[in-house]
Design a protein around this ligand. Structure first.
Ligand SMILES: Nc1ncnc2c1ncn2[C@@H]1O[C@H](COP(=O)(O)OP(=O)(O)OP(=O)(O)O)[C@@H](O)[C@H]1O
Length: 198
């Protein structure tokens, strides 16, 4: 499996945010997207996830449609505050087509098995982020698109997440992460955005 992005450009209104972005990744490869605030990292992630059409260029994967094989973990957690953690993960499991871990098993991946029946709103900031990360496991998908995935995580949770990414890559997954912080994963490619035009 290979992901190929060719000559991508994106606009917001009349402003060109980036152009000429090309890269390719094979199964087992990861890439970080770095650069200053406002440079276009989140915009690129949204283009890759299919939420924003590119103004030029294309992104394709061999053997299918990117949207069907990818998880997008955005800067927001995407959980309903009044539902329990289990109900939220069940929602995402149905949305993504199931076939993965149970909500309890997914929570155990992030060390939070004990919050299964807790309302999402009662969790701490870092726990909320870890529950969002647990979404990656309720339905198996090769491609993880992660926008600032470690925001709010403490050191030990960051290390836990590094281990999960390494395991995903070793088992043939593909990871693209926009991040200001190192993910601690060796041998990831890097795409660096320049200072935005003022
Ligand atoms: N919905 C939107 N409508 C209009 N402009 C937007 C929208 N979202 C982002 N932008 C603009 O696009 C540019 C790139 O924003 P983007 O969020 O992609 O940057 P970023 O590199 O992810 O920044 P940060 O490091 O602060 O998260 C910014 O100038 C921003 O104001």
């Amino acid at each position: 499996m290979q992901l190929i992005a060719e000559n991508l450009a994106a606009d917001r209104g009349d402003t060109r945010i980036f152009e000429g972005v090309s890269f390719s990744l094979r199964a087992g490869e990861g890439m970080t997207i770095t650069g200053p605030n406002g440079a276009g990292k989140s915009t690129l992630m949204r283009v890759l996830a299919g939420f924003l059409p590119p103004s030029a260029g294309s992104v394709k994967i061999s053997g299918g449609h990117l949207a069907e094989h990818s998880h997008y973990l955005g800067p927001n957690n995407g959980m309903k505050p009044n539902l329990s953690v289990k109900e939220n993960l069940r929602f995402w499991q149905d949305y993504y087509g199931g076939g993965g871990r149970t909500p309890l098993e997914a929570l155990e991946e992030v060390g939070l098995g004990h919050v299964l029946d807790v309302p999402f709103s009662d969790l701490s900031t870092g726990q909320k982020r870890r529950v969002a990360i647990a979404r990656l496991f309720v339905s198996p998908r090769y491609i993880w698109l992660l926008d600032e995935p470690t925001t709010g995580l403490d050191n030990s949770s960051e290390h836990m997440f590094t281990r999960l990414i390494v395991r995903h890559l070793r088992t043939g997954g593909l990871v693209i992460a926009a991040t200001h912080l190192s993910l601690g994963v060796d041998a990831m490619k890097n795409l660096r955005f320049a200072e935005p035009n003022k």
